[in-house]
Design a protein around this ligand. Structure first.
Ligand code: PGA
Length: 251
């Protein structure tokens, strides 16, 4: 199976950054994108506290807003958490779930991620579900097995017929400047496509599979051209319009 004919999705994951110049950067980006054909879908995912402000600042443009996480429950005694309904109310239309930093630093299991994906659907958010192996797992030749197990455990059956994305982010490529070879990216995206199509039929055959991990202006074009790469999840290079725009153009 090859590249989906759908528009690619380029999502910027700001992580816990974004105060100060970043909002102006987002506005600059929105302005720049307003003068370009909408070849790709573009989303920015700021910290939760900035969602409403950014949604207001970008209201007139085509740039979508995403959250970086949400809780599985709609409300309740969960100090410090934020529900899918709340991020939707603040102006987000997407949510990143199961990012490796959530899985490793907050102990999120596949079951927790799956419950969050259910919550995102309940709230009308489009989930971007992240999977990816560690360096040890790749070196032990277990990358496929680990990623397929994460997919099986993190994706609920209710995704059938729904709009969602998967992001393949090798943990060792995130924020390191290292990337897999194009052949390795292609092989993993093909494996993910096969798993999605087997489980979700037509939905799985067209769901965008984003690549994430040290995507930058200099490698975006070749990564986007790999079959079954349906876009990118970009961390560090999404904080400045000058770095992010070439990646959007590459899509
Ligand atoms: P990076 O991060 O682009 O800075 O490697 C990607 C991510 O964590 O989503």
């Amino acid at each position: 199976m090859t590249n989906t004919p759908l528009r690619k999705l380029v999502a910027g994951n700001w992580k816990m950054n974004g105060l100060g110049p970043s909002l102006r950067e987002a506005e600059a980006l929105a302005q720049a994108l307003a003068h370009e054909p909408a070849w790709a879908r573009v989303a920015l995912c700021p910290p939760a506290a900035l969602i409403e402000r950014m949604a207001r600042a970008l209201a007139d443009g085509a740039v979508e807003i995403g959250a970086q996480d949400c809780h599985a429950e709609p409300s309740g005694a969960f100090t410090g958490d934020i529900s899918a309904e709340m991020v939707k109310e603040a102006g987000a239309s997407l949510v990143i779930l199961g990012h490796s930093e959530r899985r490793s630093l907050h102990g999120e299991s596949d079951a927790v991620v799956r419950a969050k994906v259910e919550a995102s659907l309940r709230a009308g958010l489009e989930p971007i579900v992240c999977v990816g192996e560690t360096l040890e797992e790749r070196q032990a030749d277990r990358a496929d097995e680990v990623v397929c197990a994460q997919l099986a455990g993190s994706l609920p059956d209710t995704l059938s017929g729904r709009t969602f994305a998967v992001a393949y982010e090798p943990v060792w490529a995130i924020g390191t400047g290292l990337t897999p070879t194009l052949a390795e990216i292609g092989a993993m995206h093909a494996a993910i496509r096969t798993a999605l199509a087997a489980r979700f039929g037509e939905t799985g055959a067209k769901t965008p599979i984003l690549y994430g991990g040290s995507v930058k202006a200099s490698n975006a074009l070749e990564i986007m051209a790999v079959p079954d790469v349906g876009g990118a999840l970009v961390g560090g290079a999404s904080l400045k319009a000058v770095d992010f725009l070439p990646i959007v153009r590459a899509a």
